[in-house]
Ligand binder design. Structure first.
Ligand code: SF4
Length: 63
């Protein structure tokens, strides 16, 4: 499973606050960085699904 953040992300920081094991706010670039560019570990897949659910503007896609 891979995570993608869409360009319309508003950088609210919620995903970083709730799931720091997957997301980091990059202050220099004002964007959200992913902890894993490729497949995430299977033990974090539930957290990724929760993050997708919690993003208020549905900017997190899972592939
Ligand atoms: S919760 Fe959604 S809108 Fe907020 S920073 Fe994360 S991806 Fe962007």
């Amino acid at each position: 499973m891979k995570i993608e953040i869409q360009d319309y992300c508003i950088r609210c920081g919620l995903c970083e606050d709730l799931y720091p094991q997957l997301f980091t706010l990059n202050i220099d670039d004002d964007k959200i960085d992913l902890a894993y560019d490729d497949d995430i570990p299977t033990d974090l897949e539930q957290a990724a699904q929760d993050a997708r659910r919690d993003c208020a503007i549905a900017a997190i896609f899972l592939k």
